[in-house]
Design a protein around this ligand. Structure first.
Ligand SMILES: O=C(O)CCC(=O)C(=O)O
Ligand SMILES: [Fe+2]
Length: 280
């Protein structure tokens, strides 16, 4: 098996079908590469100041977060309709989905392969039922992704495997793609960052989404200061968590809507989304 590649005009249904079949898919050339150059300019001071990681995240790897606050261009990646449509189909069994984290992952020369893992292990290693995906993730190529520079390594079809298996780099294959392409993969897919034996840094934009009833990995309410959040579009705010995660999850005091509160008050709202039956 190998990673399915789809063209930039692929429909949401086609991307969703590839994800369901293999647990991963690349949409080639989905955005113009110069958008990523703009992002790099916006984020450069933050990336330069980011510390290196640990044994799991990588001693020669930096993870720079807070992209919604720090990069206006990144906001368009978070809400890209091909991505949010495909994520919606992968996580459609839940009432809603939300943003889980935003970060640039910069794998520098000399970094070894990351341990192969499932991203859903972030939830305290809870074994979710096979087939019930709780996250759907993206890595946008901010530089070309090659086997040599640390392209993400995946095991296509492994979203159906048992939980808590151990694999090595030899069991995986690189998701190579051009700058401007995006790799989507579900939370149950076994994968890891690749080793970088080249002389350049591999930059990827990792934007992940989770069902609305789980805790977010990146705290969006504090990563994006209220003064910035207040002026963001409603659809982005809802994705960030300013929306019910299911009936009644995430309300403010007397069932007020968080977007109304963020923007200065507002009347009490009936917070549950349409079609959700109130608690008895
Ligand atoms: O940087 C990559 O290619 C993958 C990183 C990853 O899988 C992770 O940090 O969970
Ligand atoms: Fe991962």
């Amino acid at each position: 098996m190998s990673v399915p590649h789809l063209p930039p005009d692929a429909s949401v249904d086609d991307v969703g079908a590839a994800l369901a079949a293999e647990g991963c898919a690349v949409v080639d050339d989905l955005i113009p590469p110069d958008l990523l150059d703009t992002m790099a300019v916006e984020l450069e001071p933050f990336m330069a100041a980011t510390p290196y990681g640990d044994d799991f995240s990588g001693h020669h790897t930096r993870r720079t977060g807070g992209l919604i606050a720090r990069s206006p261009t990144a906001r368009g990646l978070v809400t890209h309709p091909t991505v949010t449509g495909a994520v919606g189909s992968a996580l459609g069994h839940a009432t809603t989905f939300q943003l889980h984290l935003t970060q640039i992952i910069s794998i520098e020369p000399g970094q070894g392969a990351q341990p192969v893992h499932r991203d859903q292990w972030a939830f305290d290693f809870f074994s979710f039922p096979n087939g019930y995906e709780v996250t759907c993730n993206t890595i946008w190529a901010m530089t070309d992704f090659t086997e040599a520079n640390g392209a993400t390594r995946v095991i296509p079809g492994s979203h159906r495997f048992e939980d808590k298996l151990r694999f090595t780099e030899a069991d995986t294959e690189p998701a190579e793609m051009r700058k401007g392409s995006v790799l989507l993969y579900t939370g149950a897919l076994y994968h890891g960052g690749g080793p970088n034996s080249s002389d350049g840094t591999r930059h990827g934009v990792n934007i992940t989404y989770a069902v609305g009833w789980l805790r977010q990995e990146e705290n969006q309410y504090l990563s994006v200061p209220a003064d910035i959040a207040r002026d963001l579009p409603d659809d982005l705010l809802r994705l960030m968590g300013y929306a019910p995660g299911a009936y009644a999850l995430g309300y403010v005091d007397d069932l007020r809507d968080p977007i109304a509160v963020l923007r200065g008050g507002g009347p009490q709202s009936s917070f549950g989304p349409p079609g959700v039956t109130p608690r008895p």
